[in-house]
Design a protein around this ligand. Structure first.
Ligand SMILES: [Zn+2]
Length: 436
C-alpha cells in the first residue's frame, strides 16, 4: 500500500513542487531569520535569485554549530506564541539542540512518518509497541503520531523494564515493534532468558527500527532471533530536520525513500562543500521545504550516503538514499586510519562464535593508539578450552586486520557480561584525550 499520492509523482512534478516551496522558504528565512539574512547577504544572494533548483547550491549551509550559536530560538522563523511543541536533542556535550513545531509542522510530521511507516510494512490493524524513550527526544512521539495517523493502535511503553515490555507484547498481542536495533535484540535476548521463543510466542510481524544505524549484519542477527518472517525496516531522520520522517525503507529493502515534497536532498563533497553529480557518494545535505517554525536551509547532516532516482519496485517514485554505512561524526582515526564502528560490527556479527554485543575502546600509550574490542562468546560456544579461545581470538583479529588494516586487542568475555542498551547504544569509548 502507498499512503500518499506525493510518493508516486513524476520527477518533473516533484521538482515543480520543490522549486515552488524552495522559493517560498528562502524568502521567509531571509525576511524572518536574522542569521540567515546575514549569511545570504555575505554570500551575495537574494531570495529572488533562486530561479531554479540549480540555484540551491548558491545558498549557504547550515550546521549544528549554527544551531548552538543561535541557542535556543535564534533560527526560528515564527514567534514563540505560534509554537505548538518544543523538542531537543540529548545534548551529550554542552547545550542541547532545540527544535520547535507549529501546529501545521506537527501535521506535516505525522504525515511524513505515516508514509514511511506504511512503506516499511505498518498497517492500520497493527498493535504498535513504541520502545523509544518518550520525552524531549523526537523518536517516540514522532512514530507515535505517525502510526496513530494510519489508524494503528499504540502501546506507548517507552524504554526500560524489559521483562514488562515482553509481558505487554505477549498479553496485548503486539504486532509491530518500534525500537533501536540494539534494544530490539535485547528484548529478544531477555524473552529467550524468560523461557519464551520470540519466533513463536510473540506475534510480531514488523519492526520499524531507527535512531541508530541498522547494518545488514544487525538485521541478520534480528532475523535469527525473531525469525525470517519478521519484516525489519529502518527509517531515518534527525531532530534538526523534523525528527523521524525524512526517509525510510520500503519492504523491497533497497534504500530509504525520501519525502521529497518536504525535504530537498543534495550530496556534497564533505571536504570542499561542492555538490556532487547524481549517484555519487558523499555527505547528505537537506533543506526543509515545508517547516514553519524551523525551516533549515542546506543542513549538513554529517551522514554519508548516495541518492538513487530510479523508480522502485514498490511503485514509489521518490528518490531513495542508500542505507548509511557510517556517520562522519562516528568515525575514529586510529593510527592514522579512518575506522567506522559499523565496519567492526560487520566483522563481529559475521563471526558465529561470538554474540552481537560489543564494546570498542581506544587508548593512547607511548604515543600510539591502541584499539581494544570486547566481545562476548555466544552462549552455546562457552568454553574453558584455552586453545579454542585462542583460535577464536586469532580468527577475529585476522578478520579485523583484513577489514580495517589495523591490529586490535581482542578481549573475549562470558555471555551477558557487556552493558545492554535500551535506547541508542553507546559502544565506543575513546580515552585518548589526556593520554600520551
Ligand atoms: Zn520502494
Amino acid at each position: 500500500m502507498i499512503w500518499a499520492k506525493e510518493e508516486t509523482l513524476s520527477r518533473e512534478e516533484i521538482e515543480a513542487i520543490q522549486l515552488e516551496k524552495l522559493k517560498k522558504v528562502v524568502s521567509t528565512v531571509y525576511e524572518k531569520v536574522a542569521p540567515y539574512r546575514a549569511k545570504m547577504d555575505e554570500a551575495g544572494i537574494k531570495p529572488e535569485d533562486v530561479k531554479s533548483l540549480n540555484d540551491l547550491k548558491r545558498l549557504p549551509f547550515t550546521t549544528k554549530q549554527d544551531m548552538r550559536d543561535n541557542y535556543p530560538f535564534g533560527l526560528f522563523a515564527v514567534d514563540k506564541s505560534q509554537l505548538a511543541r518544543i523538542h531537543a536533542s540529548s545534548g551529550t556535550t554542552g547545550k542541547p539542540t532545540v527544535v520547535g513545531y507549529t501546529k501545521k509542522d506537527l501535521e506535516t510530521w505525522a504525515e511524513c512518518v505515516a508514509r514511511l511507516a506504511v512503506a516499511g510494512g505498518a498497517e492500520s490493524s497493527d498493535v504498535c509497541q513504541i520502545c523509544f524513550g518518550y520525552g524531549m527526544f523526537t523518536g517516540a512521539l514522532g512514530l507515535h503520531n505517525g502510526l496513530e495517523r494510519i489508524g494503528a493502535c499504540i502501546i506507548p511503553s517507552s524504554t526500560g523494564n524489559t521483562e514488562k515490555q515482553i509481558m505487554y507484547m505477549k498479553d496485548y498481542g503486539t504486532t509491530l515493534l518500534v525500537a533501536t536495533p540494539s534494544y530490539a535484540l535485547r528484548i529478544g535476548e531477555v524473552a529467550t532468558q524468560m523461557g519464551l521463543n520470540p519466533k513463536t510466542d510473540l506475534k510480531l510481524k514488523t519492526a520499524l527500527v531507527g535512531s541508530e544505524l541498522l547494518t545488514e549484519a544487525m538485521r541478520d542477527e534480528m532475523h535469527k532471533l525473531y525469525g525470517d518472517n519478521l519484516t525489519i525496516t529502518q527509517n531515518y531522520g534527525m531532530s534538526e530536520l523534523i525528527g523521524p520522517g525524512v526517509s525510510g525503507e520500503c519492504t523491497e529493502l533497497c534504500g530509504m525513500h525520501i519525502n521529497e515534497d518536504h525535504f530537498l536532498a543534495e550530496i556534497i563533497d564533505p571536504e570542499t562543500g561542492e555538490v556532487l553529480p547524481a549517484g555519487e557518494k558523499g555527505e547528505l545535505v537537506v533543506t526543509c521545504l515545508s517547516k514553519e517554525a524551523l525551516p533549515l536551509i542546506r543542513y549538513r547532516t554529517r551522514d554519508i550516503t548516495r541518492l538513487m532516482y530510479e523508480p522502485c519496485k514498490c511503485g514509489r517514485t521518490t528518490a531513495r538514499m542508500e542505507n548509511l554505512s557510517g556517520r562522519t561524526d562516528d568515525m575514529l582515526k586510529i593510527r592514522g586510519v579512518n575506522v567506522f564502528p559499523s565496519q567492526i560490527e560487520e566483522v563481529l556479527l559475521k563471526t558465529e562464535e561470538i554474540g552481537p554485543h560489543y564494546e570498542i575502546i581506544v587508548d593512547r600509550k607511548n604515543h600510539s593508539d591502541i584499539l581494544t574490542i570486547r566481545v562476548e562468546l555466544a552462549p552455546d560456544k562457552m568454553t574453558d578450552d584455552y586453545a579454542e579461545l585462542e583460535r577464536i581470538r586469532l580468527k577475529l583479529k585476522s578478520a579485523l586486520r583484513v577489514m580495517l588494516g589495523l591490529d586490535a586487542v581482542i578481549q573475549l568475555e562470558s555471555p551477558n557480561t557487556l552493558k545492554r542498551f535500551e535506547g541508542k547504544a553507546k559502544r565506543v569509548t575513546d580515552n585518548r584525550k589526556g593520554q600520551n
